[in-house]
Design a protein around this ligand. Structure first.
Ligand SMILES: Cc1cc2nc3c(=O)[nH]c(=O)nc-3n(C[C@H](O)[C@H](O)[C@H](O)COP(=O)(O)O)c2cc1C
Length: 462
């Protein structure tokens, strides 16, 4: 059997993910796993049509496709995303249609679900038979049980191909017929009250998005700065080299305009509006490049306290995975996501109102310093990162470790809560007595759960 492995790691052959593939190859010499370095060579693939067509030919002639990639900011790397876009732009989807597909995604287990969902949805859109995914922690190959499960996963994939097994369609096709949005304006102008508001977009070619941005900016009495990412000199996507780990110094520092833009515009704003168009199951690969390159601040939450609004042209309600990626991102960044506005309404007036309401909200929340509590998305990310940066990843992410110390992130380890531990010990010994245990569980437990917080509610001073 011939499997084409599309390698999504910008590091090419020295990718962690590819070691998982090499292990499968070692144990299944009867099958050929041919790896093509997609992300590492994306510039050549995009520029040289012959190279692109050579890859498509390999796909066409294969028995199955293994999408092997590292997680980059809760999805795939921008270079891989660009390849997926090229497949559609160059009408090569038919080479993938009907092929069996599987995913191997390595990560440190921060929101790997959204990356897998993204790839699964792309496979469904391409008409592939999506068999399954395998998503280990990057170091898991060291464990015997993971190695055994990896081989079983590979065997299931080979079996599915050989037996032409039926596979589930996990994602419905997107149906999208937007209206031509015509802003009608006429709202009372809002005051930014001195808050620095920045709109960032990846393109003004989509008329709806362009007009949505206009409506947003036009909602204010003051000029609202707009930055188009295409005007910034961004030499390339994140290379995954981790040079930034020591002191946030990126391999591109001094070589392109991204870092200055990030420091001088993004970090200097109180309110940031992210504006983009849905492309396949995400935004554009340029937007993905922005998120990947913002990894120059590694895992440090640099958007703390900022208000975020998102303007999207496209069927966001049909792509909840994208919504989740963005929600997770801003929670992880300690920012407050004030809301989304899209062009999904069937009337321009409603889109106007939705954007105007968002404009009012971001300013009001910025003035108040409002921040929603994190949901399980942000809490989950933070617990994983706290553990990883304290332990496994302290080296090479020295800058994160220092920042987390300053932010008291490590104080939240349960073993550091001495008072709670003492209380637990006392309770555990009391529970040895059956009479006391019954009294606690039958009569006191639920009341005791509110005893402390009720004091706050009852206190007239608070
Ligand atoms: C820019 C960048 C973004 C990353 N984003 C994530 C992420 O969102 N979630 C996660 O668990 N790991 C993330 N990682 C860690 C990588 O996914 C992980 O180290 C992976 O195993 C690298 O595989 P590779 O060597 O094949 O490229 C990120 C790494 C980089 C460089």
């Amino acid at each position: 059997m011939k499997i084409i492995v599309l390698n999504g790691s910008p590091k090419g052959d020295i990718s962690v993910t590819m070691q998982y593939v090499r292990y499968i190859q070692k144990k299944y010499p009867q099958h050929e796993l041919k790896t093509i370095n997609i992300s590492q060579n994306i510039n050549q693939i995009e520029k040289d049509k012959i190279v692109f067509e050579g890859i498509i030919r390999e796909v066409r002639e294969s028995d199955g496709i293994l999408w092997g990639f590292p997680l980059y900011v809760f999805a795939v790397a921008s270079q891989y995303k660009r390849f997926i876009e090229l497949v559609s732009e160059r009408n090569a989807v038919d080479a993938f249609a009907g092929k069996y597909a599987a995913v191997i995604a390595t990560s440190v287990k921060v929101s790997d679900r959204t990356a897998i969902n993204y790839m699964n949805a792309v496979c469904d859109d391409f008409g592939m038979h999506y068999v399954d995914s395998f998503s280990p922690h990057m170091d898991d190959l060291l464990q015997e049980d993971v190695r055994n499960n990896l081989l079983m996963f590979a065997q299931h994939f080979f079996d599915a191909i050989a037996e032409k097994q039926i596979t589930a369609k996990n994602f419905q096709p997107i149906s999208w017929q937007p209206i031509r949005y015509q802003p009608e304006a006429g709202f009372k102008k809002l005051d930014t009250t001195g808050k620095k508001v920045l709109v960032v977009t990846d393109s003004l070619e989509n008329e709806n998005l362009k007009k949505m941005i206009h409506t947003f900016r036009n909602s204010f009495a003051q000029d609202i700065e707009l930055v188009n990412l295409t005007d910034i000199d961004i030499k390339g996507g994140c290379l995954g080299c981790i040079r930034c780990g020591y002191n946030y110094e990126c391999v591109y520092t001094g070589k392109d305009g991204f870092i200055d833009f990030y420091n001088e515009k993004i970090l200097a704003s109180d309110v940031i509006i992210f504006a983009g168009t849905i492309k396949d199951r995400y935004l554009s690969s340029l937007w993905k490049k922005y998120f990947d390159r913002s990894f120059c601040k590694t895992h440090t939450p640099v958007l703390d306290g900022k208000q975020i609004g998102v303007l999207i042209s496209g069927p966001l309600s049909q792509v909840p995975n994208l919504r989740e990626i963005l929600e997770t991102y801003f929670e992880y960044q300690f920012a407050n996501l004030a809301g989304f506005a899209t062009d999904e309404y069937k009337s321009s007036r409603k889109i106007d109102k939705e954007i105007y309401a968002l404009a009012g909200r971001v300013i009001q929340l910025a003035k108040q310093g409002f921040k929603k509590p994190k949901t399980s998305l942000g809490v989950g990310v933070w617990k994983v990162l706290r553990d990883e940066i304290y332990g496994n990843l302290r080296f090479p992410f020295v800058a994160d470790y220092n920042a987390y110390e300053e932010l008291h992130v490590f104080d939240s380890f349960p073993q550091n809560n001495v008072q709670k531990l003492k209380h637990n010990d006392a309770m555990m010994s009391m529970l040895q007595d059956e009479k006391i245990r019954r009294e606690i569980y039958h009569n006191q437990l639920t009341i005791s759960m509110i005893s402390e917080i009720k004091k706050v509610v009852d206190d007239p001073e608070l």
